[in-house]
Design a protein around this ligand. Sequence first.
Ligand code: 5AD
Ligand code: SF4
Length: 451
Amino acid sequence: MPSVYIKTYGCQMNERDSEQVAATFLAGGYSLAESEAGADVVLINTCSVREKAELKALGKMGMLCSQSGERPWVVFGFMGCMAQSKARELFDAVPRLDVVTGTHCYHRVFQLCDGLLKQRLASVSHPILRRGAQLCEVEDLPDAHSRIRDHLPLRTSCSAYVSIMQGCEMRCSYCIVPFTRGAERSRSAADILDEVRRLVDSGVKEVTLLGQIVNRYGREEPVIDGRGGFVRLLEAVHEVTGLERIRFTSPHPIGFREDLVRAFSYLPKLCSHIHFPMQSGSDRILQLMRRPYRQQKYVELCEAMRAARPDLAITTDIIVGFPGETEEDYLLTKAAVEHIKFDNAFIFQYSPRRGTPAADMPGQVCLREKEARNHDLLDTVNRIAIARNMALVGTRQEILVDGPSKTNSSRLQGRTSQNKPVIIERGAARVGELLPITIRECTGFTLYGEA
Ligand code: 5AD
Ligand code: SF4
């Protein structure tokens, strides 16, 4: 039986896409390899959001290809955002590469790779192997989702991602996503609910609804009794019997209306965590970033959500060193972090992306300054995050048991509603179980609980 190995970089959307592609390979009679070592098809699902992520994927592929001498039939492919934006360039960068598939044609990855592998295995006695160089950029077929869905569920764990929309039309000036993921399009609620029910039937307890701007889901639909398309979707998913937890990521302040804030007060399955990208605490920088809201609006939304759900954990994304960011702008961001008290934050040094407006803006910040702001902000973020974790010691929480602890397999790990990982002794706990526990100890970012 041939096998496929998929390495995924980047966001949850990519993880979800890798799962979909893996499902098509499984349906085609492949097994999933645990590592690249013995695999017949090796795919790297790439992220373009920052240059670092691209370099990592290129480096990894270069290394894998250079080690493939004894197994010349192996098919190597790039998929995902970098594949979409760099396309043919990748064949020049990695000559041994066979397949590049953009974000619009995941449903064809299997067909391309499998075809190539079969040709090669049939002609392996020939001195010269056919070179791959298959490029696929065709538009998404409207029913791609439903066709792939027939092979789901793939995840055996108790938590799954469900893509509810694709693409983004916000065109933040730093971001390459609108170029790699295309226009915004929502899936039908019936399709989504069907998938959620299937997942629940297979043992899934928690779903995370995914979209580039998830709260813009169904925005063309009418507002009924004060609730827009996205909140009505949340309510419908909430009705699914057997589903215990709902998460969504990532929302944007634009289109984040009162109905979504209220949802936290009456939908108990909606978890007490939101990842809510802030990007900057300076109105001037938000404007340059083409984020069409003011910092004050962001803060008000956080406060309103905490009023609706007092134990809500808020995490965020912040970019430091955006072109034109002065020390004063940076200090506004730092002050916002102190004020909002995030449970955690991902800090990114601005990375110019070819073709995006910010890449050509004046006032590019030098690397040293970006690094200094990054380190300084990280200290603040960590101090607050640790204090918030410490405050949980002694509290009762409910965790969904995920699996063995990554650092010590004799223990189990679960996540609270706030999405904080908690380590517990194995005892009688089972994976997939919702377990009431008491937090006994906190060592900064790790919480230890007792059933
Ligand atoms: N440089 C640095 N960070 C970026 N992000 C997106 N584009 C860039 C860029 N060009 C960050 C944003 C986004 C997260 C996924 O990545 O903070 O929310
Ligand atoms: Fe990129 Fe902005 Fe769209 Fe997020 S909202 S994907 S940062 S363009």
